[in-house]
Design a protein around this ligand. Sequence first.
Ligand SMILES: Cc1ncc(COP(=O)(O)O)c(C=O)c1O
Length: 389
Amino acid sequence: MKISTLVSKIPASPTLSITAKVKELRAQGKDVIGFGAGEPDFDTPDNIKQAAIEAINKGVTKYTPVGGSPALKEAVCASIEADYGLQTTPDNVIVSCGAKHSLYNLFLTLFEQGDEVICAAPYWVSYPPMIEIAGATPVIVDTRSEGMKLTAAMVKEAITARTRGIIINSPSNPTGMLVERKELEEIARLCVEHDIIIISDDIYNKIIFDDKEFFSVATISPEVARRTFIINGSSKTYSMTGWRIGYCVGDATVIKAMTRLQSQSTSNPTSFAQEGAVVSLRSDQGIVEERRKIFEKRRDLIVSKIREIPGLDIIPPDGSFYSFPSIKGYLDRFGSAEGLADYLLEKVLVAVVPGEGFGADDHMRLSFATSEKNIIEGLERIKHALTAL
Ligand SMILES: Cc1ncc(COP(=O)(O)O)c(C=O)c1O
């Protein structure tokens, strides 16, 4: 059957296909070490699980309001106040089936043909396709020459009369980089001057290392907050990727329009998953910090192991659970990151995500949401495969 022109143009998410490939090889009994994971390897905390189980037992198994239950919206507002110092009301919140779904609704609600949306590369794989699905044009700003840090000068150069939006993802997937505070301040000033909407995808805001701190563009001034949409969700902070709870916080008129869109597609996110999300936000956050420390230790380990491999180069990530080494030293040999990734999977059963899908074909992404044992063994295998060339 004929596939629509719109869907024909959509690439499959490369990160999800790597995960599927690893599962398939493991099912065949192969001892694969996977660095593809876009999700914490920890389990969802017990109190959150219990809340969802109790919700099911209590009969919270029916439709909720389309944009999320009042209790979850209130919990999101409380967490925005605690983390950003911003006063919001439930009218400023929509809960969707994952942050990805919130972003999708937001792009479709805000952008259309003729609009340009600035997006820093290396980028999260889904931004450009989602912008294109909305009919708009992603304008890619390559940060590789600046140590993968987005700067205001780069943004200034990319702005045209058609620029409608900019995505800020700090810490970033796949680089783990934070955008520096002074750059964010200047970017925000440019956005006010040129009437540009800011999408602040803060999904890794609780996984930041060393003495660095999360700084959100939304906190710069009320004027900047008014044009900013904060995206976050349960997936990364609370190890709840399968629960599919994400949210967007911003201008009430836009949130209402997004809710209309959601009412004609998925309706509400799963009722009892929302109950779990309420507990995640309302309960003691100690476990988040515990897990952040584990990620930091693994970050140190993976960076040191990558640095032992000739031809690889790494800027240590400020946050997230991704490392994104340069593979320039091997490009002549393999022609592309995909070629290198195929070689590693075939030769030593190590799965990495090639950089092409992130707009950086001279890099590969290794997630460190895996045990120290896997990091040591996996990097040993990569070293062996590459030094054997
Ligand atoms: C930068 C970024 N934004 C959004 C998401 C979406 O997360 P979810 O839909 O699981 O909430 C991800 C997941 O990989 C991500 O890396």
